[in-house]
Design a protein around this ligand. Structure first.
Ligand SMILES: CC(C)(COP(=O)(O)OP(=O)(O)OC[C@H]1O[C@@H](n2cnc3c(N)ncnc32)[C@H](O)[C@@H]1OP(=O)(O)O)[C@@H](O)C(=O)NCCC(=O)NCCS
Length: 330
């Protein structure tokens, strides 16, 4: 296919969640909270926790192995690997390079995307642009997070929210009628202080003091993040549909980032979508950041909610702030 005649589509999905489960009842024993509060305020019931000795690249490589198998692609045929993560194995080398070695994709180039919970949306756009340009035929985009390694287990406002997981998608060149139809991505660093991990980087390197002050964990002003997430996610859905002259009626299924069920229902309402077009699995996994969208797509494909020919949307919002949406003809 000539470069200008081709598009990029997902040809295989994979997911991995570590076996350890933390329920709302487990949190009742740790902090002043209740199952009722967590379910009502977030929609979450349980989430998975990474095991001792495991790292983000371990989750990423398991999801990637499955995605490659399902796509029928050999690891050595992958040309590009993007790992979207806010919780890398270490500052460097990148988790993408570590994952590359674990899956044996020896012919690829690899790098991380740091776009918070919007990472998979950003990765979809980047990989698709490389494929459309004809530079790459096969790319692997992985959203992988070990958020619970960076969670303050004494802060009830954040500790109940996050889970660990990885979701992977193989993107390949396809005919122009399928695959990525359109996208909209945006960021605004002015609001970055509302959701961050303050220490461990060059601004505040690790020290005994930063560890004692829990500054290597997630710090979030939840209610301010919430308001922005609703506004920016709903605007993103409307915008990407509008770019194509479409409305909510034309969309068959939406995969929103799974941060809070109340955010998801507000986004659906503001974007003019009934909830039966919106995929939700937050009750099982909590907020898995960049992994949440590929996890939802994987499960939707498995349970038959996502079918060939559908117009599927994704939408996310995350630390940065970053946000964005995609439309794909499945
Ligand atoms: C965290 C979140 C669920 C809290 O809901 P909220 O409606 O904003 O509630 P607030 O933060 O205003 O807190 C309301 C009260 O609940 C309390 N509370 C917070 N966490 C609690 C918990 N786990 N259990 C019980 N009470 C809790 C607060 O202390 C506060 O109590 P107060 O009124 O006595 O001060 C919500 O803000 C949220 O989901 N934010 C977005 C998070 C997110 O998506 N982050 C990642 C972006 S991708």
């Amino acid at each position: 296919m000539a470069a200008n005649e081709r598009n990029a589509r997902i040809t295989g999905l994979g997911m991995y969640v570590p076996p350890k489960v933390m329920t709302n009842q487990d949190f009742e024993k740790l902090v002043d909270t209740s199952d009722e509060w967590i379910v009502q305020m977030t929609g979450m019931k349980e989430r998975h926790y990474i095991g001792e000795g495991e790292a983000t690249s371990d989750l990423a490589s398991r999801a990637a192995d499955e995605a490659l198998e399902r796509a029928g692609v050999a690891p050595e045929d992958v040309q590009m690997i993007l790992v979207a993560t806010a919780t890398p194995d270490m500052l460097f080398p990148s988790t993408a390079c570590l994952t590359q070695t674990k899956i044996g994709a020896k012919n690829a180039f690899a790098f991380d995307i740091c776009a918070g919970c919007s990472g998979f949306v950003y990765g979809t756009v980047i990989a698709s642009q490389f494929i459309r340009a004809g530079t790459v035929d096969t790319a692997l985009v992985i959203g992988a997070e070990s958020l619970t390694r960076f969670t303050n287990m004494t802060d009830r406002g954040t500790c109940v929210l996050f889970g660990d997981a990885a979701g992977a998608a193989v993107f390949q060149a396809c005919e122009p009628e399928r695959g990525l139809v359109d996208h909209y991505i945006q960021s605004d660093g002015k609001l970055g202080d509302l959701l961050m991990c303050p220490a461990g980087g060059s601004k505040k390197p690790a020290s005994h003091e930063t560890v004692d002050a829990n500054e290597h964990t997630i710090h979030m002003i939840g209610n301010k993040v919430y308001v922005n997430a609703v506004r920016m996610m709903s605007d993103s859905v409307v915008k990407v549909l509008d770019q194509q002259g479409l409305s909510g009626d034309d969309l068959d299924i939406l995969f929103p980032h799974q941060a809070n069920i109340r955010i998801i229902t507000s986004v659906a309402e503001r974007a003019g979508l009934p909830m039966d077009k919106v995929y939700v699995n937050i009750h099982k996994y909590g907020n898995t950041s960049a992994a949440s969208i590929p996890l939802a797509m994987y499960e939707a494909l498995e349970d038959g909610s996502l079918k060939e020919g559908m117009l599927a949307g994704t939408v996310a919002f995350g630390a940065g702030f970053t946000w964005g949406s995609t439309l794909m003809r499945w």
